[in-house]
Design a binder for this molecule. Structure first.
Ligand code: GLU
Length: 552
């Protein structure tokens, strides 16, 4: 068979020489040991925790070694393309402080551009043409229906599905048959002519999993589709080579394709980057552990963390905890350090499924947020509210000084110990709502409403906004005593039958009346922040809505 002629017929015209690509995309001038890593998402609009997991690993490895992280968009499958997906990827990762040095919509050194695979069609075709010339690729005229029938047959026989060995019908078409098909205008794809034998096992060093055994590929995978657009397998091999990628950390779902990639690199005559396949994130679901699923687990999507307002550093700390087994210990010793100082290593990544636990993330979040100043917290909440909050929530920031007082109180700033009440921005905004809006509902009271009403009336009569905390509490004790409650805890404990309750119950009535909630930070301070008129209004409101109005 004259492969030269065939190549010219299948991909006619002059293509740049492969040597010219080597020249145009030269090895990168980076110091020894510097790693070039990448993130290569498809623009489907769904960016998930697994992507973030790989992104953090790639970013850390690249930047700790003085190398480069770039963003390549694998948009060869137009059916899956979603508008705005690239911006969504970049924004989602920026939130977690993943900085790309170059790439799609990032810019940077243009030497290795374009970073959209759609813009590199000529390159892929040039390499495909070379493989045809060498007899390592061939046209396949099988129709979708034929392939479907083949799949059914293989499934029925319990054989591996795909286009390989005796099933690769077009692999051995005669020259005559090929030209007859071409003359008849039959559409075709280009397939790799695999030289592999699945009986052969290859030893492979995975940067995360260590030594693994891989079965040789024997699938004649499609490299160019009938419209001349490459498949992901083919395009990514060429790009990783020409963009001079040295290391790829990616999800272990790609392990199954590794034999294909190994053969493609070999057929193309490229040196392979090193690969690390990171383990999947698992979720405890009752008794079993399963992979996080797009359908069942909203927390798989990165959008979830932004919408709920998880503090980015908290998510990153948790991801690093899962990614590197020695991170937790390092972080305990260096709680305030720049996370980038942690000596991240691919070899310390977990080899098998990692359990992802939202409760653990919440604990970390509480801890991280408790380290912020009121100003930092306000900036974080405002940023969240501007993007995801309601109009009313954005209004909470109208009086900045008030917001800072609220946050200082709720975070225990200046107190003996920081409070850890905040988990996420959405939860924090809900938590502080009563400072800005009157209670729409009240938590349950322990005291009967007629007594509550008397307590509230008494409070309205005695409340002096100018009282300091001590004087305020003294008057709460007076209210207690005047209404049959023990003013002192110890008196109540000594004789619980002698009283309706204690001063604590009175404080609870006032707390629920003021805030709607039974648990809040210091009530005197809350009332100071609200202001006298508002405190009185709320007591009146509670008298009506909480205690049903009149003395009974
Ligand atoms: N385009 C692939 C994806 O969507 C990238 C696979 C790889 O990293 O090699 O995840």
């Amino acid at each position: 068979m004259n492969y030269q002629l065939l190549a010219e017929r299948l991909l006619p015209g002059e293509y740049p020489s492969l040597a010219s690509f080597e020249e145009k995309y030269p090895p990168r001038a980076l110091p020894k040991g510097a790693e070039v890593t990448r993130l290569a998402p498809s623009p489907t609009g769904f960016i998930h925790l697994g992507n973030l997991f790989a992104a953090i690993a790639n970013e850390r490895i690249a930047h700790r070694s003085g190398g480069i992280l770039y963003l390549r968009i694998e948009d060869t499958d137009l059916k899956r393309k979603v508008d705005g997906a690239v911006e969504a990827v970049i924004n989602a990762l920026k939130y977690f402080d993943i900085r790309f040095d170059e790439g799609a919509e990032i810019g940077g050194d243009e030497t290795y551009a374009p970073w959209y695979q759609r813009g590199r069609a000529e390159i892929y075709r040039a390499y495909a043409k070379r493989l045809i010339e060498e007899g390592r690729a061939y046209p396949c005229f099988c129709t979708e229906e034929e392939l479907e029938l083949l799949r059914e047959e293989q499934t029925k026989k319990k054989e591996i599905t795909g286009y390989y060995g005796k099933y690769a019908k077009c692999r051995d078409l005669s020259e005559e048959e090929i030209y007859r098909n071409l003359d008849a205008g039959k559409p075709f794809v280009i397939r790799l002519r695999s030289m592999g034998n699945p009986e052969n096992k290859i030893k492979f060093h995975d940067e995360i999993k260590g030594e693994i055994t891989v079965t040789e590929n024997d699938q004649d995978v499609v490299i160019l589709k009938s419209d001349g657009i490459p498949t992901y397998h083919f395009a990514h091999a060429i790009d990783d080579h020409l963009m001079r990628t040295t290391l790829v950390i990616r999800g272990e779902e790609w392990l199954a394709s590794l034999p294909i990639h190994i053969e493609l690199f070999e057929a193309l005559g490229f040196e392979r980057p090193r690969y690390g396949h990171n383990c999947s994130l698992m979720k405890q679901d009752g008794e079993t552990r399963r992979k996080l699923s797009k359908r069942k687990d909203p927390e798989l999507s990165l959008e979830f963390y932004r919408k709920d307002g998880y503090f980015p550093r908290a998510v990153k700390v948790y991801m690093l905890t899962l990614l590197n087994s020695n991170f937790e210990e390092w972080y305990l010793k260096n709680p305030d350090a720049d996370l980038n100082e942690f000596p991240f290593k691919a070899s310390k990544m977990s080899k098998s499924g990692t359990l992802f636990d939202l409760d653990k993330l919440s604990d970390i979040s509480k801890n991280e947020l408790s380290k912020l100043s009121a100003e930092q917290m306000a900036a974080f909440l405002r940023g969240w509210a501007e993007e995801f909050g309601t109009e009313a929530q954005r209004g909470f920031f109208a009086d900045e000084e008030k917001m800072l007082r609220v946050l200082s109180l709720c975070m225990g700033i200046g107190g003996k110990k920081r409070r850890k009440d905040f988990t996420t921005a959405s939860q924090a905004m809900e938590f502080i709502r009563y400072f800005f809006e009157r209670p729409a509902a009240y938590e349950e009271l322990r005291t009967e409403s007629a007594v509550c009403a008397r307590v509230l009336k008494d409070f309205l009569a005695r409340y002096r906004y100018g009282d300091d905390a001590q004087a305020w509490f003294a008057s709460v004790k007076e209210i207690a005593a005047a209404n049959g409650f023990a003013a002192e805890m110890k008196d109540y404990k000594a004789n619980p039958q002698g009283y309706r309750g204690s001063v604590a119950d009175v404080a609870e009535i006032l707390r629920i009346a003021t805030t709607g909630k039974a648990n809040t930070p210091d009530l005197w301070t809350i009332q100071q922040i609200l202001g006298e008129a508002e405190v009185r209004e709320r007591a009146e409101l509670a008298l009506r809505d909480l205690c049903g109005g009149e003395d009974k």
